[in-house]
Design a binder for this molecule. Structure first.
Ligand code: UDP
Length: 459
């Protein structure tokens, strides 16, 4: 049988590129050939941050296309980025696919595109190629997108996504309550930007319904009610590098592996891991309060202070902080997070609750202190604290800041009560069973691979 050739298209953000690269490596293991289409901007970052013997360079064909912005332009301006992408990337992807069709005798066998790049599914449809939508976040979040027509009918939002009623909503009886003001698009105070995000979310949710598959990096065991509500979503995860016995690939920043040596020297179950993913921004007051909270906890900590973590400025630590904590605290710019979370010295994770971080922690039985920043992270926190009961949230003070006493108190509470760890280990066992031979995600992944291999051309 000839080798299926898959074109994979991520949304251009770290939390989207990493899991799609991971899925790509799982498919390479199954005998598929992958052409991975990053934006030029992100491709350069991945190449710079990876080493020559990295899996990502040797097992996947990495190509890049422009995203429509100049290298120095601000890619955090979502409105500008979305418009530029829409104008440039579909045409360029079309060219990549046609080139493969000319050079590979069997042509492209399917396109796997992040749900957030519905335009890539549109290109595949136009070229009569089979389409797979990859959803890298919680199925429950996609469920909220699929529920938009009902939310409009029920008068909760209007057709522009504006929140008409601020209230708690249960999308299905066993799902946690979701606050209407926490919908992903509602985070953006500027109505024009909110509208752009809402239209994108809504259009993509409609478009993926005609894809041949919607695969989710989640497990039935984690969110059974979301999968029951929209059975067209297929759980195949969590697909993690640590389950593949490899290193995770596709990082935008170089991983600082020295922290693993530092972890080796710490007692088991003693270190607080603090990391907020690739996007979260803290203001300086909040940053310093966090530093003081970690200091006053008197516990060991490993803290990721990303280069652009602080709003409009540098990470200025409280005076004398580094001297006072000494070797009890270790700070890095970017950690090999999956390996960190799998390390026996880690006791808990102070996390922004991005979905990748969530499933990585769950897969390693590590309890959470939740510090959500925006979008789906608020809903993920509800799963962590209210449904799975493997973590606690923080309360902000009257100035909207999570204070040092609150940080210390919540650390004491979480680590002083063994039930959080016990429940985290129970959940870990369930989730890890699902990706092992015969588990629910593993079986679904097997069906998906069979489909890729057997049906070659029809859509
Ligand atoms: N990550 C990492 N090193 C770090 C911080 C994060 O490798 O120091 C990885 C983490 O393992 C996860 C991804 O970056 O796979 C972040 O994705 P997530 O969905 O948690 O958050 P986002 O960055 O999308 O907000």
């Amino acid at each position: 049988m000839s080798q299926p050739h898959i074109v994979a298209v991520p949304y251009p953000a770290q939390g989207h590129v990493l899991p799609l690269m991971e899925l790509s490596l799982w498919l390479v293991k199954e005998g598929c050939k992958i052409t991975f289409v990053n934006s030029e901007f992100n491709h350069k970052r991945v190449m710079k941050a990876s080493s020559e013997n990295d899996d990502v360079r040797n097992k996947i064909n990495l190509v890049s296309i422009p995203d429509g912005l100049e290298p120095e332009e601000d890619r955090t301006d979502l409105k500008k980025l979305t418009e530029a992408i829409g104008e440039v990337m579909p045409g360029k992807l079309d060219e990549v696919i046609k080139m493969i069709n000319e050079s590979d005798e069997n042509g492209v066998s399917c396109v796997i595109a992040d749900e957030n790049v519905g335009w890539a599914l549109g290109v595949a449809e136009k070229l009569n190629i089979r389409r797979v939508a990859f959803w890298p976040a919680a199925a429950a979040t996609l469920t909220s997108f699929f529920s938009i027509p009902k939310l409009i009918d029920d008068g909760i939002i209007d057709s522009d996504g504006a929140i008409l009623k601020k209230q708690g909503i249960k999308l299905s009886p066993n799902m946690p309550i979701m606050n209407s003001s926490d919908f992903s698009w509602a985070f953006f105070p500027d109505p024009a930007l909110r509208r752009v995000v809402f239209d994108l979310v809504n259009d993509n949710a409609e478009r993926v319904k005609s894809a041949n598959w919607i695969i989710c990096n989640s497990a039935k065991e984690l969110e059974p009610e979301a999968f029951a509500m929209f059975p067209q979503m297929s759980p195949i995860g969590p697909l993690l590098a640590t389950n593949r016995l490899g290193s995770s690939t596709g990082h935008f920043w170089p991983e600082d592996s020295n922290c693993l040596n530092w972890l080796d020297q710490q007692p088991h179950n003693s270190v607080i891991y603090v990391a907020f993913g690739s996007f979260t921004i803290l203001d300086l007051t909040q940053f310093q309060e966090l530093a003081l909270g970690l200091e006053s906890s008197k516990r060991r900590f490993l803290w990721v202070v990303r280069e652009n973590l602080i709003l409009n400025g540098d990470s200025v630590y409280p005076k004398g902080f580094k001297d006072r904590v000494g070797n009890r605290g270790h700070i890095v710019k970017w950690a090999p997070q999956q390996k960190v979370l799998a390390h026996p010295s880690i006791a808990c994770f102070v996390s922004h609750c991005g979905w990748n971080s969530t499933v990585e922690s769950v897969s390693n039985g590590v309890p959470f202190l939740c510090w959500p920043y925006f979008a789906d992270q608020l809903f993920n926190q509800s799963y962590i604290c209210d449904i799975w009961k493997v973590g606690l949230g923080f309360n902000k003070n009257e100035n909207g800041v999570i204070g040092k006493e609150e940080i210390k108190n919540k650390l004491d509470k979480l680590l002083g009560d063994t039930t959080f760890k016990e429940k985290a280990l129970d959940l870990q066992a369930k989730v890890n069973t699902s990706v092992k031979e015969g588990g629910s995600s593993n079986k679904m992944f097997g069906k998906f691979v069979d489909w890729i291999k057997t049906q070659r051309s029809s859509i």
